[in-house]
Design a protein around this ligand. Sequence first.
Ligand code: ADQ
Length: 745
Amino acid sequence: MKRILLFILPILIIIAVAFTIFGIVQVRYEEEKLMDDLKRKARAVAESVELSARYSLINNDLKSAKRLVESFQKRERMQGCVIYDKEGLILAITERISDWGQKEKTYIKEILNTQSARGAIEIFGDYSVYSYTLPVLDDENNILGVVEVIYDTSYLFTTLADLWRRISTTLIILISLIAITAVLIQRQIFILPVRRLTQWFSHFQRGEIDESHPIKEKGELGKLASEVEQVALSLRVARRTISDEASVRLQKEEVWTESKLRDLVRAKLGDNALFVVSNREPYMHVLDESTGVTKCIRPASGVVTAIHPVLCACGGTWIAHGSGNADKKFVNSKDKLGVPPKDNRYILKRAWLTKEEEDGYYYGFANEGLWPLCHNTHTRPIFRESDWQMYKKVNQKFADTLLEELPAKPPFIFIQDYHFTLLAKMIKEKRPDATIALFWHIPWPNPENFSICPYRQEILDGMLGCDLIGFHVQNHCNNFLDTANRLLESRVDTEKFSIIRFDKETFVRAFPISVDGHISEGSFKVEPIREIEKLKKEYDLKDKIVGLGVDRIDYTKGIIERVLAVDRFLEKYPEYKKKFVFIQLAAPSRTHIKRYHDLIGEIDELVEKKNWKYLDGDWKPIIYLKRHFSQDEIEPYYMLADLCIVSSLHDGMNLVAKEYVAAKKDLSGSLILSQFTGAARELTDAIQINPYSIEEFADSIKLALEMPSEEKEKRMENMRKIISENNVYRWAGNIITELTALKKV
Ligand code: ADQ
């Protein structure tokens, strides 16, 4: 609309100005014509009156003079007539204008002196009149008196006003006609073709374009459309060729790499698009209000760590909550942006949540309800009805956002985690042709534990909208099958490992997640030696044995137990005082939840207490760095550490354990790993601990430090082999292979 206005407004202004000028000229001309006419009539009347007036004045016949002036009483446009004697005094005046007599009229004296006629507009009361004055002379040209004829001029102004009205009406009609015509023409020659082209583009975007949707535009737009059609055709052909080549290459390659995953995705997905949905976004734009600088950061999250390399490899669209305070500034009109920022490999679409939605769905139901429900850490889950309602609403919001994006061709959807248990069912209601997988990144509890959830049925029902549900380890799969079997009316097929409910089958599989490895040579993004030296200098680590912990601050990660174990270790083995330093990198998370807020305080206090206990000169046993670190910043800590401690009380997998092993290219270092992590099933060469047993934990630190270096290397080599074979590309490859095998049509 704005564009149309911009287009026709100048035309309309020109027409309006031209018409106004024309109107002014026309009115002036008409005014002059009417005035001339009036003057002529006034003169003629005055001349005809003059004869009779002369008789009255010569004979001093007042009666006939009065009769004469009264004969004007009934004339329509003429107001009246006045006869003056030679002194300028009124002899007779038409009654209708008797007030005229009171008016001071200097011109009468002048006329008596000059004996010449005069015509002029005069003000009479509230209106104007035309007065024509004529001297009355005898035969010797002696002045006898004056006759004055008064004409009404109001009809003149009414006529001119009528004229203006007609001109304005014509102007308005003309402008409206031009505006309507311009809009129609614009629509016909510009808007409709552009709309058709846009529709065509969006069909093409959604993969719906084929021979039945050719572009029919003519002219310049037609040429543009035809060019686009050529590009579309080449893209279609290229996609098919790439997918054929990919299948051939795939059969040859052994180790899972980014390019092998890309080939697999192309071979398996072909033209069908891949969509990922998660709560946490892979990139957040955060404005530091104190400095005014906006940074783009990768959040500390295992889900992001795992899924990001997968999407980098195979492209697609990732839909997530835009939670950064500057996120809105960096998206296009459809809330999308290309990421990574400098090397766009896939699309991130941000969904916006209100504060109330985030409170209820994320902090409330997901993290105070489901998170403790699924982790055995003795933290009581809190289920509030209002949180549940918000959780349902947000799941629906994500479903609507996703549905908007889905192409016509059957898509593949990969949902992440416990935030979206209801999403699959909501999508399937509208798009039964979509093939959907859900990966559950945290443990799944046994049926007794899960059954305390008041909304257990709806949650299970929602999840069974998926075609495939993945867990990290077999034990979680077994728990899930047991839960569905006991709490829902469903049939569990233990041969196929699937659950059948209302004729819909959902397969349940274990897919142990991993990291992209950094296993291959030369994949470091930082200069490790320089960074390590910097850290050693900064924290005075020369000649020190360094232990490391890297975590989000979460009660499941066993950070308190870790600090207690370091304390016990130094108590039991004081020879390590001033020789051993434990560095804890800790990213605050979910800080709005009281349990997390309290935990941060508890850790601060405990670290402070233990450091005080051992403080000796410049040495303190624990360096606690409480902030978010980028992956590049964490890498040198991993490389520097002689020991990494992962002491989760319960953990789906734990990627820190795998990241540490992947970073240890020189095979140095030991990993202490809680037996309650998913990673403990694979990394059997780690020193496994029960983090609840502080005594055993402290001893395992000693064991790790004193283990002969050959054994350490052997163990590290074994673990690295496992991670390089079972990296995140294999994990994604396996899920995508299973998912595409379940393709709906
Ligand atoms: P998390 O519990 O978030 O996720 P975890 O496996 O512990 O995941 O990985 C945490 C990630 O955050 C790691 O990549 C780590 O490098 C990073 N990180 C930790 N501390 C950080 C800090 N201070 N600054 C920046 N980054 C930091 C869930 C489950 C896990 C599961 C993952 C993946 O709880 O069991 O392994 O998903 O499925």
